[in-house]
Design a protein around this ligand. Structure first.
Ligand code: ADP
Length: 498
């Protein structure tokens, strides 16, 4: 259980948490900024719409009874002073300006209009656009007290006694700005604290949930790996395609299959090795014991043995030495083939010629055993594409077996026939045959048919070597046999097209 909690390392958990905190903070800040921006826009637009007619009212109500200008053409400061103070007393956020027709500021109570004061003006473009659209469009204009800043405003044009100009009212004046920025700071401070609390809470929740979800599949796989590690070789992740980490799950399953496959292979190799040692020691022991016995007799009874007896003993010794060296040769050959150390060198050659040579080689032995060994259709020359020395070895083993298991006056026939793209080679004898139930196993190593009629005549390696040679040529060998009637061994080799 304690092991299972370690599916994710504390370092990884920490990193995940940090990522979550960062993401949620980022989301929070973006949310606040976006909301703030749109809330401000919304406020500005509503305020401008609401106060669109404000400048018009000033002109309609105040300029009916009194002119904004005195007779000498200067601004009626008394009128404006009262007017502006009245208005700004009602709404402290606004600032009222009197402009001439070019946008130059003629008078305002919030600006210094002394002799040394610089002349100020505002851009007319937003004002004319506002008036043309009857104040229905959202337009920002210059703020004379904060040059460079854009504010919402209300504006209206007048023409009194031939004097043209504008009443321009900034709706978010300095007073408004002061109050608003103060409030905004407090608002953000409150929001910030709340955001931090909420962020921590959500991070904890999201982090826990994510880690739980993430590790759900990991926990399953880790558990399976642990079971496998503890020796349960059957442990596999069930339905890996349904896992969120499908590749990982599948890789583990594949890896487990490979390990189990390799273990099986190693086990079978080990079994073969033990079997080999047991067989070899047994097979070596018999001829060695015989050799030892005869050599000791020859040594001890050197003087009392007749010349004939000595010759007989030496003949037996020689026969056993031959047997031993043949077994060692076969073992060597087989182990080389099994260790895949042999690479066939394929080339075109005449299988007919090879068969003639082999028949000539075994003629003496066949004659000794009174067996008719011959090649059917000897005239027809067939070419194959294969490794000549390996094929020779296979044929040799098959002919040897045929001669070994065929009693006197029997027949061993080699036939070579072109079949489509292949050449079929058939070695048929009229020997003891092989029981049907034994036939599938005779190509296994050390497999010898136990038969009362025939004494053990080999080491069970000959057909195993033939089988390996067939594998190297990507072909198979089949046996057709009936006990007491004979056997046929048939295989194909690719024909060589001239
Ligand atoms: P061995 O060295 O014993 O001949 P092989 O691998 O060559 O080993 O053959 C395996 C077994 O197959 C033999 O022991 C024998 O019983 C059987 N066998 C092989 N060839 C023939 C054959 N031509 N006729 C009858 N039995 C055969």
């Amino acid at each position: 259980m304690s092991n299972q909690q370690k599916t994710l390392t504390p370092r990884l958990v920490k990193k995940l948490w940090l990522v979550f905190v960062f993401l949620i903070l980022l989301m929070g800040v973006s949310y606040i900024v976006i909301t703030g921006y749109f809330a401000n826009k919304y406020y500005q637009e509503t305020t401008q719409r609401l106060n669109a007619e404000l400048a018009n009212h000033v002109i309609e109500e105040k300029f009916q009874s009194a002119s904004p200008f005195l007779e000498d053409g200067s601004v009626n400061k008394a009128l404006f002073g009262d007017l502006m103070h009245d208005m700004m007393a009602v709404n402290r956020g606004i600032e009222v300006y009197l402009l001439n027709k070019t946008g130059q500021i003629l008078y305002s109570v919030v600006l210094d209009h002394g002799d040394n004061a610089p002349e100020q003006s505002v851009s007319l473009a937003p004002i004319t656009s506002f008036i043309q659209n009857d104040g229905k469009d959202f337009v920002l204009g210059d703020d004379p007290r904060n040059p460079g800043e854009q504010k919402i405003f209300s504006a209206a044009q007048f023409n009194i006694d031939g004097r043209e100009g504008y009443i321009y009212i900034v709706l978010e004046g300095v007073e408004f700005q002061l109050v608003s920025s103060n409030l905004l700071g407090q608002y953000f401070a409150k929001l910030g604290i709340r955001a931090v609390i909420l962020t921590t809470f959500f991070t904890a929740l999201v982090g826990l949930l994510s880690i739980w979800f993430l590790t759900k599949n990991l926990r399953l796989i880790t558990g399976t790996i642990r079971r496998f590690q503890e020796g349960d070789l059957e442990a596999r992740v069930e339905n890996p395609e349904k896992s969120d980490i499908e590749v990982f799950a599948k890789s583990f399953n594949d890896m487990a299959d490979t390990i189990v496959g390799n273990l099986d292979k190693m086990k079978s190799v080990d079994l073969l090795r033990r079997e080999l040692i047991a067989n070899v020691s047994h097979d070596l022991r018999t001829p060695l014991a015989v050799l030892k016995g005869y050599i000791e007799t020859l040594q001890m009874k050197r003087d009392s043995l007749t010349e004939n007896e000595k010759q007989e003993y030496l003949k037996i010794t020689h026969g056993n030495v031959n047997k031993l060296s043949k077994l060692i040769d076969q073992l060597f050959e087989y182990s080389k083939l099994e260790a895949e150390q042999v690479t066939p060198i394929k080339e075109p050659f005449s299988i007919t010629e090879l068969s003639h040579d082999l028949i000539a080689k075994f003629k003496v032995l066949a004659d000794q055993k009174k067996i008719d060994l011959h090649l059917e259709n000897p005239k027809e020359n067939s070419m194959v594409f294969a490794d000549v020395s390996l094929v020779e070895r296979a044929l040799q083993n098959l002919i040897e077996n045929a001669l070994k298991y065929t009693p006197a006056n029997g027949k061993v026939t080699l036939s070579i026939q072109r079949k489509d793209k292949n050449v079929e080679i058939n070695i048929t004898d009229t020997g003891n045959g092989i029981p049907i139930n034994e036939q599938p196993f005779i190509f296994d190593r050390y497999k010898q048919v136990v038969n009362k009629d025939t004494k053990k005549q080999g080491y069970g390696l000959g057909l195993a070597i033939v089988k390996k040679i067939m594998d190297l040529h990507d072909t198979t060998i089949t046996v057709l046999s009936k006990p007491r009637e004979g056997s046929s061994f048939i295989f194909n080799l690719p024909a060589y097209q001239i």
